[in-house]
Design a protein around this ligand. Structure first.
Ligand SMILES: Nc1ncnc2c1ncn2[C@@H]1O[C@H](COP(=O)(O)OP(=O)(O)OP(=O)(O)O)[C@@H](O)[C@H]1O
Ligand SMILES: [Mg+2]
Length: 215
């Protein structure tokens, strides 16, 4: 049997491994109109998380996610540390101490993560940030689950939406982060954070298909 704790661990580990493996790609994306440190920041932070993996408190999904958020906040530099850290912490707070997680709860956790990023970053959908992938993918996940799709199918659909949404940031003008310093010039390239969310969701979807479904 796959428990919710094991499922959350699979997802967080997959996020961390994806961040480490894509250090150069995410950095190159950020270098177009930002300062290029995004890939490095994310990789170093998640590397630390993986190094201390065995010592993380895994009493329940909520506690585990909150601890993860604390490590991320303290280990990732720049803007992304507080943003990603807050996202994990808010997701953990929403998961609570319950050992079980429904699809509805997972959607609520992702919404809480997005709200945390908005509050922390003074940002919203349309500012050309990771929110422009995270919010549409959450909407799609919710729609698919409500329509009766199983977790794997809903995640695969959400990953597709995330990819399209990330690509659509190309047309946007950056209003937050370093990329915003370039104004109109930020048009024509994809947002690094949004693409990172798309790549991560794709990886999580594939990992879920092979290992995540509860039996
Ligand atoms: N205020 C914000 N709210 C939400 N997302 C943001 C915000 N600022 C930046 N981002 C996201 O973070 C990504 C860049 O991360 P990074 O850590 O490199 O931040 P930055 O803006 O370059 O600032 P710095 O390099 O000084 O830390 C962007 O592609 C965007 O998706
Ligand atoms: Mg940067």
């Amino acid at each position: 049997m796959t428990t919710a704790q094991q499922q959350v661990e699979l997802v967080v580990r997959t996020i961390a491994e994806t961040a480490v493996e894509n250090e150069k790609y995410f950095g190159d994306l950020d270098a177009v109109v930002g300062d290029g440190d995004f890939g490095y920041s994310l990789a170093r932070g998640f590397e630390k998380l993986l190094e201390g993996w065995d010592d993380l408190d895994r009493s329940d999904p909520g506690t585990f996610l909150k601890k993860t958020g604390m490590v991320i906040t303290s280990r990732i530099g720049g803007t992304s540390g507080p943003l990603w850290g807050t996202a994990f912490m808010r997701a953990g707070m929403t998961a609570g101490a319950d050992g079980e997680l429904s699809g509805e709860q997972v959607v609520a956790m992702l919404r809480a993560a997005a709200e945390g990023i908005k509050a922390r970053g003074q940002s919203d959908v349309g500012d050309k940030t990771l929110l422009d992938a995270l919010v549409p993918l959450t909407d799609r996940l919710e729609q698919e689950l409500q329509a009766g799709a199983d977790g794997a199918a809903a995640l695969a659909a959400a990953a597709e939406t995330a990819r399209q949404a990330a690509e659509a940031t190309t047309e946007m003008v950056a209003r937050r982060g370093r990329a915003s310093y370039t104004g109109e010039r930020s048009k024509g390239s994809v947002d690094a954070g949004a693409m990172a969310v798309a790549v991560i969701t794709d990886r999580v979807s594939k990992a879920w298909e092979t290992q995540g479904a509860s039996s």
